[in-house]
Design a protein around this ligand. Structure first.
Ligand SMILES: *[C@@H]1O[C@H](CO)[C@@H](O)[C@H](O)[C@H]1NC(C)=O
Ligand SMILES: *[C@@H]1O[C@H](CO)[C@@H](O)[C@H](O)[C@H]1NC(C)=O
Ligand SMILES: *[C@@H]1O[C@H](CO)[C@@H](O)[C@H](O)[C@H]1NC(C)=O
Ligand SMILES: *[C@@H]1O[C@H](CO)[C@@H](O)[C@H](O)[C@H]1NC(C)=O
Ligand SMILES: *[C@@H]1O[C@H](CO)[C@@H](O)[C@H](O)[C@H]1NC(C)=O
Ligand SMILES: *[C@@H]1O[C@H](CO)[C@@H](O)[C@H](O)[C@H]1NC(C)=O
Ligand SMILES: *[C@@H]1O[C@H](CO)[C@@H](O)[C@H](O)[C@H]1NC(C)=O
Ligand SMILES: *[C@@H]1O[C@H](CO)[C@@H](O)[C@H](O)[C@H]1NC(C)=O
Ligand SMILES: *[C@@H]1O[C@H](CO)[C@@H](O)[C@H](O)[C@H]1NC(C)=O
Length: 714
């Protein structure tokens, strides 16, 4: 009982191959398009319609008569027949006359074709003749049906009754469906006369065909003239027609004269036909499509035809083209069709596959498609935002300006402080402001002097002491640079090393190696934490300090004076090795112009000669160093404000040949060392001589101390 078709579908192996077979069929369908005419005159002939063998789907053949100009297209095999019963009709008496259905246009997108259809008419040549004329359009066994939605029945005439009858073929209940309309040119209200464009009963009537009627596929329409027609001489003709409602417009001359309407539309009037592919319905979901399935384009779907058995193919929404050919349906660029797909001014149209987006522009909210984009901010809010933005911009700008100024200032300072010179000299490291900044905190402050502040910190994994001078107290430019260069070349085990400096500030900062134990001042005189210091240590401190100072004084091309020799400037490392610090600082420090005459240095250790003459010499350092030795052996402080009691008392005691023993620190003043202490006392006295020439040089002091030290070891 199984038909070949069902075998085809049910065989498992075949089912496996079905997609491949369909692909082959699709390919064949696509190939069909090649070499086929797609036009007849001005009329496009898209598949499934086609001209010539293999160019059309079954039932969609088009015949093109190229002999006429322009060429005319006909639906092959579809016919219109006419039967007239009018004795005056020239065609009276003949049998059914047949003619082809002529095409006007085809739209595969809507599944509709427009064709020419005849007008049923009768014209009476006297008052009492009644007759009728019938046209049939034969659409049985074709994919076509008269569109119930697009067409209306129209009657035109002085007195007319128009009828349309759909006859289902083969006959199925209700067999026939009939609609009618009547027009009377003059009725109870004679003042209402026929009007152009108005088909409401005065000379013209119309009726719509109720949709959802299962219309038959043999169409018959006829017209009947009313008797008596007393105005038959002026209005001899009555007309009935099925016509595309968007096409026919009533015009009063249509009802006047002899066959005026027929002359106006010599080929007939436009009528819309639905067409369906095949006579089956769409395959149910999940079912394989039939072998001759028409919807072969991607992006398309099948829709059951509403008025005829069969289905039509449709491109998906937002796709356009021909669903009956492969790759027929392509995405629509909706943004190019703003009249169809709106996107208001406030929106930004963006095409995408299967649709489009129309988001509102930045700063707007709403729906661009609905045209409701509006500003998020009110003008006031906008102004506020603008103002805030402006302020922010100003802030950023001024910040940048400050940064720029800062940078410029930094560069200026760098230049002013002799940066380029030092750079060329390449003797010490030039630190950036930012590198030192983290160290310059009050918690790192370890000392304060007249030059400024000293901070302790870690730089490049080395402990350093940073000297930060008071602004404006430092030499300018070349002088400073030269001094720094000189200092940086002073490399001696008893001199604190200058590691680098930072020039990017008004008063350049100096970076020195950090000496762990602090100053001799602290060691000698800090009563809280008294460190035991034997004579050897003290002698060693004195000798090595003298060595350092002597080295400085002996630097050949430029003698470096310390200018402020004192225990506070002699630092001690873990092994009590002394390191002279702050030498040359006096040269770096500008003489205070407002206090000329006032000298720099510690009054407690100040050479009185220098005080008088105002000229710093090597011997001034020698004087100060003498006091340092005195403090070393006495462990007492020389204090200027106490009338220099220590120095004066010591010198007087020495002068009176009185022994200076009483000045010696008890810790070291043991009998066997008194001789050595006396020798030291002699050196002190020499150094403190008010006759500068009597003072030894630093070199001589150093040598004497060295000899004393050696004599002890021996
Ligand atoms: C084509 O049109 C011409 C002129 O209109 C007509 O004479 C001829 O019979 C037509 N041919 C066919 C095949 O209908
Ligand atoms: C026309 O119709 C009349 C009446 O139906 C008939 O008598 C007549 O023979 C027909 N033929 C012609 C050619 O007029
Ligand atoms: C026309 O018909 C009417 C009645 O139907 C009749 O009275 C009248 O005489 C007829 N006129 C002619 C010319 O036959
Ligand atoms: C209707 O339009 C035609 C021309 O198209 C004109 O001749 C005729 O007078 C118009 N009829 C009325 C009632 O305006
Ligand atoms: C009827 O009017 C419509 C709209 O004005 C027009 O598109 C159409 O072509 C007219 N029909 C005819 C047959 O002139
Ligand atoms: C009406 O026109 C047809 C041809 O179009 C003609 O045969 C007929 O004689 C005309 N009738 C009158 C009354 O003029
Ligand atoms: C459908 O059409 C095919 C030919 O295309 C025909 O063989 C078949 O009998 C038709 N079926 C129906 C139900 O009309
Ligand atoms: C078409 O009709 C058939 C049978 O009535 C049904 O199975 C199918 O789902 C319908 N398809 C669509 C797309 O409506
Ligand atoms: C579906 O549409 C997209 C976009 O136009 C196109 O690139 C694609 O080829 C189409 N798919 C098929 C199977 O035609």
């Amino acid at each position: 009982m199984s038909t070949p078709n069902s075998q085809f579908h049910s065989h498992p192996l075949l089912r496996l191959w079905l997609p491949v077979i369909q692909l082959v069929i699709l390919a064949a369908a696509a190939e069909q398009q090649q070499g086929c005419r797609d036009k007849c005159g001005h009329i496009s002939i898209p598949f499934p319609f086609g001209i010539g063998r293999g160019c059309f789907r079954h039932g969609f053949e088009v015949v093109c008569n190229d002999s006429s100009y322009p060429p005319r297209a006909f639906l092959a095999g579809k016919r219109i027949s006419r039967l007239s019963s009018s004795p005056l009709d020239p065609e009276n008496g003949s049998d059914w006359s047949f003619s082809s259905i002529e095409l006007v246009s085809i739209s595969v997108a809507t599944g509709k074709a427009r064709v020419y259809a005849p007008v049923s008419y009768l014209c009476s040549t006297n008052l009492n003749r009644t007759f009728s004329a019938i046209y049939n359009i034969h659409l049985a066994h074709t994919p076509f049906a008269v569109s119930a939605t697009r067409n209306i029945l129209v009657g035109v005439g002085w007195r007319v009754d128009a009828f349309v009858t759909f006859i289902d073929f083969p006959l199925r209940w209700p067999y026939t469906v009939m609609f009618a309309c009547s027009a009377r040119a003059r009725n109870l209200l004679p003042s209402v006369t026929p009007t152009n464009g108005s088909c409401t009963g005065r000379g013209c009537c119309h009726t719509t065909i109720p949709p959802d009627n299962n219309l038959g596929n043999l169409l018959s329409f006829s017209v009947k003239g009313e008797v008596p027609n007393e105005r038959w001489e002026d209005y001899p003709c009555s007309y009935a027609m099925l016509v595309d409602k968007s096409w026919y417009n009533f015009s009063t001359p249509d009802m006047e004269g002899n066959r005026t309407l027929l002359k106006r539309f010599p080929r007939g009037v436009h009528i819309a036909l639905d067409f369906a592919a095949g006579n089956t319905s769409c395959p149910a979901k999940g079912q394989p499509p039939p072998p001759d399935y028409a919807c072969i384009s991607g992006n398309s779907s099948c829709a059951n035809s509403t008025h005829t058995p069969g289905y039509i193919c449709k491109c998906w929404d937002h796709y356009a083209g021909n669903p009956y050919i492969t790759h027929g349906c392509q995405d629509i660029d909706e943004c190019k069709l703003p009249h169809v797909y709106p996107c208001s001014n406030g929106g930004i149209c963006k095409n995408r596959l299967g649709g489009y987006d129309c988001p509102c522009k930045f700063g707007m909210k709403g729906d661009g498609k609905a045209g409701t984009c509006s500003d998020i901010f009110t003008p006031a809010a906008k102004a506020a935002v603008g103002a805030i933005g402006g302020i922010l911009l100003m802030a950023v700008l001024s910040f940048l300006l400050i940064l720029h100024k800062e940078k410029k200032k930094t560069e200026e300072f760098y230049k002013k402080n002799g940066g380029p010179t030092l750079e060329k000299a390449d003797v010490i490291k030039l630190f950036k402001k930012g590198e030192l900044k983290p160290i310059l905190r009050s918690s790192n402050l370890i000392g304060k002097g007249y030059f400024g502040e000293v901070y302790k910190g870690l730089l490049d994994n080395k402990l350093v002491a940073i000297k930060k001078p008071i602004n404006g107290s430092v030499l300018e430019s070349e002088q400073f640079a030269n001094e720094v260069i000189i200092q940086s070349r002073v490399i001696h085990k008893n001199i604190v090393r200058l590691i680098g400096c930072c020039l990017e500030v008004d008063a350049p900062m100096l970076v020195y190696e950090f000496i762990s134990q602090g100053s001799l001042l602290d060691i000698l005189h800090n009563s809280n934490n008294k460190v035991a210091l034997n004579l050897d240590t003290r002698l060693s401190i004195a000798a090595q300090s003298a060595d350092g100072l002597a080295y400085m004084h002996s630097k050949t091309n430029s003698t470096i004076l310390h200018g402020d020799v004192k225990p506070a400037n002699i630092l001690l490392d873990d092994n009590f090795v002394p390191k002279i610090s702050d030498f040359g600082i006096s040269k770096l420090i500008q003489r205070d112009k407002q206090h000329t005459g006032q000298v720099i240095g510690d009054m407690n250790y100040m050479d009185p000669v220098y005080l008088q003459e105002g000229r710093l010499t090597e011997k001034s350092d020698v004087y100060s160093f003498g006091i340092v030795i005195l403090e070393l052996i006495s462990r007492r402080r020389a204090i200027h404000s106490e009338n220099n009691s220590l120095v004066k008392g010591f010198l007087e005691a020495h002068k009176k040949q009185k022994k200076t023993t009483e000045f010696y620190d008890k810790e070291i003043a043991i009998t066997k060392d008194l001789e050595l202490l006396d020798s030291l006392a002699d050196i002190v006295v020499e150094c403190l001589s008010l006759d500068v020439d009597q003072r030894p040089t630093m070199m001589e002091v150093a040598e004497q101390l060295l000899v004393l030290g050696r004599s002890r070891k021996a």
